[in-house]
Design a protein around this ligand. Structure first.
Ligand SMILES: *[C@@H]1O[C@H](CO)[C@@H](O)[C@H](O)[C@H]1NC(C)=O
Ligand SMILES: *[C@@H]1O[C@H](CO)[C@@H](O)[C@H](O)[C@H]1NC(C)=O
Length: 343
C-alpha cells in the first residue's frame, strides 16, 4: 500500500517540481517588479508607473486668494494630518506649484514643484503656497506678514490642532530658516539653502531641520556642514540629504513634464547630444541656465520660441546638472522627516 502511494507520488514528482519551480520564478518576478515600483532609486527619475500612481490617487484642486498684497494658492485634502507651508526660490511664485486648470488659469505647474505638492497631498498634508512680494523673499519685510497669513489661513480652515511644517528652497530656504525662529514649526526642510544661522540666535527650541542640498555646490555644502555642527551643539536635531547629478535619457523630459510628448523629448535629447550640451553618457556639461539650449532649439525650429514649457525643460536640465534647483526626487526623505517629527 505504502509502496503504491510512494510509486504514484514518484510519478507526480517531476510535475510537482516544475510547478514549484514556475511558482518560484513568478514570485521572484512579482517581488522584483513590486520592489522597483515601490522603491525607486531616488537619484534618478521617478518611474513613469509611480508618477501615474500619484495622479491616480490625488488631483489638483487649488484655490487662489489675494491677501496682504500677495497671492496664496492652497489645497486641503480630505482628513488632513498636517499643514505644510512652502516657500519658493527667487523668480518663483505660488502658481508654479500647481497645474494650470480652470480653477487656476495662471498656474504654471513646474515639474518639481508640482510633484512636491502631489506627494504632500498623497500624504494628507494641507498645502499652503504664498508668493513673495519681490523677486526674492525679504527677511526684513515679509516675516511678519507671512506669519500672519499662515496663522490666519490655518484658523480659517480649522486646522489649528494639526502639526505645521515648512519647506523652503533657495531664497525660500533662507526665509523659512528665519521664520522658524519666530513661529512654531514641528520641523523644517531647507532645500539648496544653508539658512541664515549666522545672523540670528538659535535656541534648542528651534525645529528639527533637514538640509536637502547638492554637494556640487561646494561652498554651500561647506556652510551647511558648519551650521549642522553648530545646531547640533545647541541641541537642535539636524540631518542632510545629498542630491547628485544624473544623466539625461531620451524620455526624461516627457516622463517628468506633463504636456511634453515623447517624440519632442527624444528630439531635444538628440539636439543636446549633437550640440555637445550633454556628454557621451548623457550628463549635462553645464547648468541649464548657462547652456544655450534655447538658442539652439530656436535655430532648429523657430516656432519653438513660443513653446510654453521652456521653463519646465530648463528646470529639469538644472536638476540633472545637480548644482542648484528645486527637487522632488527626495520627496520620500523629505516627507519621512516631517512625519517623524509630528509630535
Ligand atoms: C493682512 O491683512 C489683514 C486684512 O485683510 C489685516 O487685518 C492684517 O493686519 C494684515 N496683516 C499684516 C501683517 O499686514
Ligand atoms: C560625463 O559626465 C559625468 C559627470 O560629470 C562623468 O562622470 C562621466 O565620466 C562623463 N562621461 C564621459 C564619457 O566623459
Amino acid at each position: 500500500m505504502s509502496n503504491r502511494v510512494q510509486r504514484s507520488s514518484n510519478k507526480w514528482r517531476p510535475a510537482i517540481t516544475s510547478i514549484a519551480f514556475l511558482a518560484l520564478i513568478l514570485t521572484t518576478l512579482v517581488l522584483i517588479f513590486r520592489k522597483s515600483s515601490v522603491k525607486p532609486s531616488s537619484q534618478f527619475n521617478l518611474p513613469r508607473s509611480q508618477w501615474n500612481d500619484l495622479h491616480d490617487s490625488v488631483e489638483f484642486h487649488p484655490t487662489v486668494e489675494f491677501i496682504n498684497g500677495t497671492d496664496l494658492t492652497w489645497q486641503v485634502p480630505e482628513s488632513p494630518k498636517a499643514v505644510i507651508f512652502i516657500a519658493h526660490g527667487c523668480n518663483g511664485r505660488a502658481a508654479n506649484f500647481w497645474d494650470r486648470s480652470p480653477e487656476c488659469p495662471n498656474c504654471v505647474g513646474l515639474p518639481e514643484e508640482r510633484l512636491i505638492v502631489l506627494q504632500a497631498l498623497v500624504r494628507k498634508f494641507a498645502v499652503l503656497t504664498v508668493s513673495s512680494l519681490g523677486r526674492c523673499w525679504s527677511l526684513r519685510k515679509e516675516k511678519d506678514s507671512v506669519r500672519w497669513i499662515i496663522k490666519w489661513w490655518i484658523a480659517k480652515h480649522g486646522l489649528e490642532k494639526l502639526p505645521v511644517v515648512a519647506l523652503g528652497a533657495s531664497s525660500g530656504g533662507y526665509f523659512v530658516s528665519a521664520l522658524a525662529a519666530e513661529m512654531k514649526f514641528n520641523s523644517i526642510v531647507l532645500m539648496i539653502a544653508e539658512g541664515v544661522f549666522d545672523r540670528m540666535p538659535v535656541s534648542e527650541e528651534y525645529p528639527p531641520t533637514l538640509f536637502v542640498h547638492m554637494p556640487k555646490d561646494r561652498d554651500r555644502m561647506n556652510l551647511i556642514g558648519r551650521y549642522m555642527k553648530d545646531l547640533r551643539e545647541k541641541g537642535v536635531q539636524v540631518s542632510e540629504v545629498r542630491c547628485l547629478e544624473f544623466p539625461l535619457t531620451p524620455s526624461l523630459l516627457s516622463d517628468r513634464i506633463p504636456g511634453l510628448d515623447e517624440s519632442l523629448s527624444v528630439k531635444l535629447f538628440e539636439l543636446f547630444r549633437e550640440k555637445g550640451f550633454i556628454n557621451e553618457t548623457g550628463y549635462m556639461r553645464n547648468d541649464g541656465r548657462a547652456t544655450h539650449w534655447k538658442q539652439a532649439l530656436n535655430e532648429r525650429d523657430s516656432s519653438m520660441r513660443k513653446f510654453k514649457l521652456l521653463d519646465h525643460i530648463q528646470e529639469e536640465l538644472n536638476l540633472a546638472f545637480g548644482y542648484h534647483e528645486m527637487t522632488s526626487l527626495q520627496s520620500d526623505d523629505i516627507f519621512n522627516w516631517f512625519e517623524s517629527h509630528m509630535t
